[in-house]
Every structure is written in C-alpha cells, then in structure tokens.
Design a binder for this molecule. Sequence first.
Ligand code: GTP
Length: 598
Amino acid sequence: IDQQRIRNFCIIAHIDHGKSTLADRILQATGLVDDRLMKEQYLDRLDLERERGITIKAQSVRIPYKAKDGRDYVLNLIDTPGHVDFSYEVSRSLVACEGALLVVDASQGVEAQSLANAYLALENNLEIIPVLNKIDLPSAEPERIKAEIEEIIGLDCKDALLISAKTGQGVPEVLERIITDLPPPMGDTKAPLKALIFDSWYDTYLGVVVLFRVVDGRIKLGQDILLHSTKARFEVTKLGVFSPDPIALNELGPGEVGFLCAGIKILTDARVGDTITDPDNPTLSPAPGFKKITAMVFCGMYPVEPNEYGTLKHSLEKLQLNDAAFTFEPETSHALGFGFRCGFLGLLHMEIIQERLEREFQARLLVTAPSVIYQVRTLEGETLPVDNPSKLPPLNKIEHIAEPYVHMEVHVPNEYLGAVLALCEECRGTQKDLRFLSSTRVIVTYELPFAEIVYDFFDRLKSVTRGYASLDYEFIDFRPSELVKLDILINSETVDALSIIVHKDKAYAQGRELASRLRSVIPRQLFEVVIQAAIGQRIIAKERVAPMRKNVTAKCYGGDITRKRKLLEKQKEGKRRMKRMGNIDIPQEAFLAVLRKD
Ligand code: GTP
C-alpha cells in the first residue's frame, strides 16, 4: 500500500473516559464489524478484560476506510490500556503510531492519566487530536473542558471534536480528521528491513505471535529474519494483519502494522521493543528499544497441592510469554513448601495474573501478601534487593533498608483537597507542589513510599473524594526508611509467608490489626489457635481462635441429606484453598489479610 494512504493511530484517555467505546464505534462506523456481531468492547479479547471492563493488552486492528475524498485508506488502530499499572503498554504502543486521539470525558475534564498519556504522546512526537466525549450527557461542559485541555496540556482546542461514543454522534468526523490531521508514515521502501516489535504473545496453536510495525523496507512470507538484540534467526511462516480477524498476507511494507509467526518458541526471543531485520541486509539503525520495565510488587504463589508444582511452573511460563512485565522465580517457604516469587507492576496487575492462572490454566493457588521490593544495605557494604520480607537479612547485619519512592500527582476538586492532603500525610508523603488549575480544581504533587500506595491507596482516595480524584505516579528512587519486619506466629511458630515489612511508627498498629484480622479468617480447629504478631523477639499483639465444639454438620438437623452434602461440598471447596501448617489449616484469606483495610 502507498504510505500516503496509511494512518497509524492510538486512542489515549484517562480510565473510563470512553476509549474502548470509541474504538467499538470506529469499527462499526467503518463497517469492519457488523452491527449484529458487535460485542461491547470488541478489542478486549480476553474474557477477563471484558468482565472487568478494562483493557489489559494492547491490540491492533486494521481498518479499511473510504474517506470523503473518495480514496481508500488503511487505518491501523492500536488500542492501549488506561490503568496506571499498565502505562508501559501505552508507551510501547505509541511508537507504532504517528498520531493519537486524546479522549477526554466532557463531563469530567482532564484527569491524571489524560495528562500523563498526552505527555507520553508528545514525547514520542505524535500528532494529537483532542476529542471531547460523552457530549450526550446533560452534565457535559465541552467549552469549559476545552479551556482546561488548553490550560493544562497546552493543546489547541479550537478544532477539538465533540462526540458521543455511546450514540455514535461525531464519530464520522473523527475518521475524517484522522485522515486530514494525522501524518502518514514516512518509511523508506528501499532501505533494509526494519520493523519494531510492539507486542508479542503466546498462542497455543501458533506459538509466539509477534505484532510489529514496519518502519523501513519490506517483510515477506518465507523470508529469514534476524532479531537485532538476540541475533536469533527465524523463518517467517505466517504473516498477516488483524482486521479484526487474522488475514494472511505475503508481504508488508513501510508504515504497515501486522503480525508474524516464525517458529519462535520462547517469548524472550521476540522481545517487545526489539527490531526485526533482514539477516542478509541488516538495518544500520535498529530502534533503541524500550525502557526496561521492572516489577515493583512481589508475592509468593504456591500450588495448593504440592504435586501441582510442575503444572504451575508451566502455566507461569506460558503467562510470561504474554506479559513481559511479569516475572517469576522458584522460592521455598517453610510454611508453604515449593512455589514461586512473582513480580508485577502493581496490585491490579497481580490480581489479573492470579485470575488468569485460575481461569485459563485451572491453577489452584495460594497467594501470599504482596510486598514492594526493598534495597538492603548490609554492614559489609553490599546492596541486596529483597522482594520477600522473610528473606530480610538479620537486623544485626543491616546498615539500612531503602524502599522505593514514587512521584505522585493527584487531580482533585477543591472541596476534597483537605482530605487528600490528610491521606497523603498519613501515607508518609512529602508535599512537593500544589497547583490550582482553575477556581475548582487542584493538582497536588507528593513524593511518598510506594509501599504506602500499593495496597489500598487508590480505594481510599476514591472514597475520601467520592470518586472525584485521579492519580498518576512514577518511580523516582530508593530511599532509606526506618523499616522493621513484622512476623506472625501461629501457635508459637513463625509463619514465614505471613511476614511483612512495615514502617517502625506504624508497626504496632499494623501488628494488632493484622492479628485481629487473622483471627477472623482462620477457622476454628479442634484445639485453640494462638496468633501473635512480633517484631524481633517482642510480641506486640495476641489473639485467640477458640476451639471448635461441635461437628460442623451437626447443625444440619436430622436427615436433610442435600443440605448436609452442600455443606460438606462447601467445606471441600474451602479446603482447596487451605494450607495445612503443622496441624492447622490456614485459608487463603489469611495470607491476604494484610490487604483488607476496612
Ligand atoms: P478502559 O478501557 O478501562 O481504560 O476504559 P475506557 O476509557 O475504554 O472507557 P469505556 O469505553 O469502557 O467507557 C467507560 C464508560 O463510559 C462505559 O460505561 C461507557 O458505556 C461509558 N461511555 C463511553 N462513551 C460514552 C458516551 O459518549 N456517553 C455516555 N453517556 N457514556 C459513555
């Protein structure tokens, strides 16, 4: 195809501002997806994404479009996720595009990720078209929001589009503006092949599928390719585009976006950000690649049944094929046996991986409390990364413990400012800036420990601001803090999988809270269970679970066999997620008790 007829674009937005709905409307308006077949959020391929209503993996779709000028164009829409955990997926999709639609909810205005994503797009030299969505809502205030975008992001909104992704109003104009306002790709057809990998995943039937954008040259079915960073060589066995179903093609040229299969067995051979080239005529200007993304939140994942270890390992390997940000390595716990230490970008990412393991791989898991990664400086002058509280070196060997800090921006209406400041202070934050956007909205900037926001900061922020605040954060560095390890003992035995690292000033309160929560989730046993929280040798909290008196089924009076069976089945279900420690059954909830703050 003539590059002049190609437009590669993505949609960026704050969460819930309507990105996926607009993508759906575009697919319909161009006739690519039949109205009858249209499912909500068509591009969100995974069931899980659809249920949670969030976009996890970036996807691309090729859309043939006949413009008002009478010519046929090809639009490549590259979908991006909106949650802050997944901002790395946003940045890698951006490099495949020349332009972006910045969707802003006209009833909400600019939020933290509108700004963060717009800046990412500008950094990548993308042309941005501002789109005000949800103008069907009576509460929409497009003029005010336009002024806000100009003021905060600095984009000219004179020609901003006003649309309703819900009703479809204004969507045809969006398509025309993509043609007229976004630049076409400008690759060199004669140059050696240079294609950028911006996504790759593992498919059960096809193996590794690579999504790429051709920058220069051409890629052909059957040719040999060289992956720049690994120097691995493969033969292209499948080549094509998603439109939205896969369509096989023999060749793709500059500016085109497509997929290939090449008998690649492991995903690490086709890293996102790597450059595909021709082994006989390699490009002299491979892409610099992407910023390496490092997991910041870790937890243990253990099979409920020890004999499922191998299966779990296999499932983790497969998931990792789909998700370069997810890491795992074997670990052993005194309490839980053989399992894996898994690393994630954030808590949502962790929950998603856990759910996918259970749903797609039928894994039965015990998951331990998440922890951030710490840097421990020993007296010998070594710096050790510690991603598991139970692996903390003995106190008398530690010079200091440093924890990750983030730079966080919160967008909030004035009336909730006090509540947000109080929350940030409680979370050991240091205020860096406070900026009034208008007479009603403020941006506050804080630096605070990632550990404070990783668990439930987002929920608490939402609740103290009635959902009106939004936040964005990025890592800055590791800073020494006064941290201690809080251990949990059950019937006098330390359960390593329950240890957490907390700030000294909060240790007592957290110890008591955790012990009391554990008491409510550990089922009664035939004997008394004593739960203690300890810092070093010092016990700071103690709770008891009284012994069970009667047989559980005894309360199902008489002969009602179905109720009895139900109860037994329920018990069995519960057992699947228990771990027997010594002679005590500890259920899954106990390991995550640290997360429930109510
Ligand atoms: P993520 O994929 O999770 O990042 O969210 P998103 O930005 O894709 O938002 P999504 O398209 O899922 O829309 C969020 C909500 O807004 C959904 O309930 C939509 O039905 C609704 N919505 C989207 N566009 C419009 C619109 O034009 N008008 C109205 N009234 N509602 C809309």
